[in-house]
Design a protein around this ligand. Sequence first.
Ligand SMILES: [Zn+2]
Length: 89
Amino acid sequence: MLGPRFHLDHMFSRRRLSAYVDGELGPDERRRVARHVEECEDCGRVERSLRRLIGGLRLLGGGRPPTLADDAIERVRAADGPAERARSA
Ligand SMILES: [Zn+2]
């Protein structure tokens, strides 16, 4: 199930996860990383951590506040694995 394609996508995605979360990837790269984080538990976890971190930085920096939808997604994600860090910033 985890063939060579998976491994290549894994290397590809790991290098681009932060750019992906920042929305800096082009459509093709973005699609490839999006597909990978869906099937790779490891990268999925990193992606969630990055999103949480960036969300926290945005709040601290006075950027756009998270929308209700973002907040709901965040709660679902937080419930879906061991909490890495409480959202107490
Ligand atoms: Zn991966």
